[in-house]
Ligand binder design. Sequence first.
Ligand SMILES: [Zn+2]
Length: 255
Amino acid sequence: MERHNSPKRAGQPLWLRLVRHNVPIILFLAAALVGMGAVYWFFNPDGGDAAAVTAVINHNTLSAPIFKDAPDKPVLQRLSQSAAPIRIGIIAGHKGFDSGAVCEDGLTEAAVNANLAERLVANLRARGIRAEILDEFDPRLTGYSATGLISIHADSCDYVNKFATGFKISGSTYTDSSKLSTCMESAYGASTGLPYHANTITADMANYHAFAEIAPGTPAIIIEVGFMNLDRKKLTVDTDPVVLGLINGVTCFLE
Ligand SMILES: [Zn+2]
């Protein structure tokens, strides 16, 4: 092994010493560069003379053409590594099971929930978001895997007191659903002007059956969109702000 301060080579500049020490590597790199350049020149129809290349192909060198017209095919299958497509499940509360709360005039919570769920799903689909309505005890809920799940319910039609107005949200304790909860709370509150009613969240909401049925990893919330007594008009007549609040909650969550 040579010493770097050898007197014999001390006068040579560093680059020359490096070249001398690496002659085989430099020769190899040069040969590789020339080879790659030749291959590129030969196969590049734009840079070179495409007609000349084609002529060579037609005459002898290659047995198969290197230019082939292939029709564009739609991608039918995703790679397993790619992210799952967005899917939002909306449970129309009590659908397919019972009527939920009932008003004296026969208005049912199930009907209120179904109307809002259908409008929400239609709007999400119009925005290109895959969304679907599920029954309260939909068989698909077992192991249900989605970007998010929202169950829509409404509160009692009985007059309790003047404070029985507003909405509330409870999130799954199985999968972190805080972003969905936070987004829905702020978007729904802003759009409807309804107050948030945290102190009336019941065990039924916190231990909502679907939370335990769906696949782990699917964020889920249940929202009580309002009281059917004092908030009836917003839930049944002037429903645009309610629907918009739900939409904005979902889009905020998907951002
Ligand atoms: Zn309900």
